[in-house]
Write a protein that binds this ligand. Sequence first.
Ligand SMILES: NC(=O)c1ccc[n+]([C@@H]2O[C@H](COP(=O)([O-])OP(=O)(O)OC[C@H]3O[C@@H](n4cnc5c(N)ncnc54)[C@H](OP(=O)(O)O)[C@@H]3O)[C@@H](O)[C@H]2O)c1
Length: 420
Amino acid sequence: MNTIETVRVGLLGFGTVGQSVARILCAGHVSRVQLTHIFNRRVASKHVDWVPPTVKWTDEIDDVLRSDVDVVVELVGGLHPAYEWVRAALTSGKSVVTANKQLIAHYGAELGELARANGQQLRFEASVAGGIPVLRALQEGLAGDRLVEVRGILNGTCAYILSRMQSAELPFAEALAEAQAAGYAEADPTEDVDGADAAAKLAIIAAVGLRRPIRVSDIATQSIRPIDFVDFQYAKEIDSTIRQIARAAIEEDGRVFAVVGPALVPIHSSFGQITGSQNLVMVRGVFGGETWFSGSGAGGSPTAVAVVSDLLSIGRHAPRDAGLLPVASVAEVSSDFVAPHYVRFMVADRPGILAEVCAGFARHGINIEAVVQLPRYRKDRLPFVATLEACAASVLGRALADIARLEFHVEPPLALPILA
Ligand SMILES: NC(=O)c1ccc[n+]([C@@H]2O[C@H](COP(=O)([O-])OP(=O)(O)OC[C@H]3O[C@@H](n4cnc5c(N)ncnc54)[C@H](OP(=O)(O)O)[C@@H]3O)[C@@H](O)[C@H]2O)c1
């Protein structure tokens, strides 16, 4: 097996993760990896005294792309110009390590092919679940199984917001503001709370673990924004809480299902216990059953550990091992999971509402399991909940479109799957 004597590294991006990677590489305990270049815009403002003077600081990308580095570590984030820089690095005979989930979810197969064609490697362990080495575990440790299902809490912002809504009885807007103040949420939280971040990670896990490349844009996402504190009160009545869950499954007939959105999970389950930046991933294989992974899903240092581990594995492996995404035709994706559901209505109360809601579900062949109405709410904004026996999400969608036409709603009904 070929090995590179010392891996020379050029770092693109000296932000949260970039600085943590540099810290590890400059700490002296990682042998055979040498940081030689740091690139960032307005680089003069980035200088720190703990980086050795042999490292070249630059704000000219070509200083790295045209240098003799063996590996470019892309930590600027975003799709562009990261995509162009990674392409240029691979084309000029350098391997690439990245933590960029959007880049890999959108262009991973293409960039993997480019790496292979140039005898280089593309590694992206840090792009999913931060410091948890889940991709390598799926690819190597569970390679002997046929994985058919994955469920995960893959977004720390949502876990923080939802767990604060639960424990401090906060409305969504207040929990979000608190998350932003604590550094758990961006000023613009759209990618996190509306599901695009978790969808990108799910697409990568599906490609690597389920061996089914899927388009991120084909993964249905449901925002956590409509979740109200009242939903936690009702969820508790059935020993549940609410978390953003990313899930994908392959049916026996080969159909692929994937979705990201809030779901009810048992309050004392592993998923129900996750708070803050912890991530949790469960995969199920035909032969080995369930395997669980948990740990720090974000943060500079945990993510940097994954990046440096990728650098070390590049040093160990022959370029032939490059390209982690199986290149096969992209699978069609359905979001039509069958599950029991929680549906919360917010109504201006009057006699007969329950009968009309029940009739609406019955028209679509949906069986109600229970109806719950907690006391002490205002009559002009009265919440009540129906839990439903297992039905397809599409059938429920049609029933709710029907029911939502009735005049008593003060906000649209909220439907969440109940996951065992
Ligand atoms: N933070 C985490 O916990 C975490 C976890 C897993 C994966 N990731 C991924 O890791 C990557 C980096 O994240 P981060 O949190 O380290 O981001 P960050 O703190 O915003 O750092 C990005 C760095 O890149 C620089 N940069 C951005 N665009 C640039 C451009 N066009 N030209 C030159 N420099 C540019 C920024 O410079 P300025 O300072 O001038 O903006 C900043 O120093 C992202 O892909 C992210 O999704 C992060």
